[in-house]
Design a protein around this ligand. Sequence first.
Ligand code: BEZ
Ligand code: FE
Length: 293
Amino acid sequence: MAYETGDEFTKSVLKRWQDIPDPRLRQVMQSAIKHLHAFTSEVQPTGAEWFKAIQFLTAIGHKCDEKRQEFILASDVFGVSMLIDDINNRRVAGATPSTVEGPFHIPDAPEIANGADMAKGAPGIPCFVTGTVRGLNGEPVGGAVLDLWQTDGEGLYEEQRRTTEPWMRGVYHSQPDGSYSVRTVAPISYTIPMDGPIGALMGRTDMSHMRPAHIHFAISAPGYHGVVTHLFRKGDEWIEKDVVYGVKAPLVVEFVKKPPGKAPNGETIDTPFYEVKYDFILEQAQAALAAAE
Ligand code: BEZ
Ligand code: FE
């Protein structure tokens, strides 16, 4: 048997890992081995450092349970989640862009009537989000599902509150003219979970571990590509330094502070509140376009 080192050794390993009938798995493994070998050759880890890397990956696995996903957090802070989003959700110009889903979405949120309150007494400044869901040609999209989730005014999601009832999430529907009307409380900027191995790693950097204030939306409508996105609060101090790279300029919106008085849903509010206006633009799905031709 030949005694190989360096590039010759990598070539031998790659040759052995060609014996995979599934072409996609073969492609993935060839690329993984090529890049892992290049990384290892460049970094030249000591045995102790390599063992530390293995302990780090093990700790990430141990931190995961049915509510906590430390691997997703790793993918988020390394920018891989946004890369995956870009590869899979490239929409035409003019359509509302997607961004990272994050780990806090809980399925089967309660249905909330148009204009009704999804905060239900949660702490925070009242906030009214209104606008329309439209197609690229300006046509109203009625019956779209708007699944929202966000932090309360103290920066906490349902999973962190550990409530028995749903907290700061709800499903709205657009009206026949495409309009929607949400009552909530304003989210605030918050830190990603720092009590695990990803937090420990971030703590050894000078990077911010903050996300700017935002409301999550997952919007779907028959005949259109759905979009999973956020609305970010303009002026938030962390907008330029989002720890998960999720901010896109068209998603940054003004939260306009209003004095007590009549709110967009017709209610009279006796404290100051925020008004946010945003039109979501969906791209028609190919199948729907083909059927229309
Ligand atoms: C979030 O927006 O909820 C989130 C996204 C990525 C990491 C942590 C939180
Ligand atoms: Fe979030």
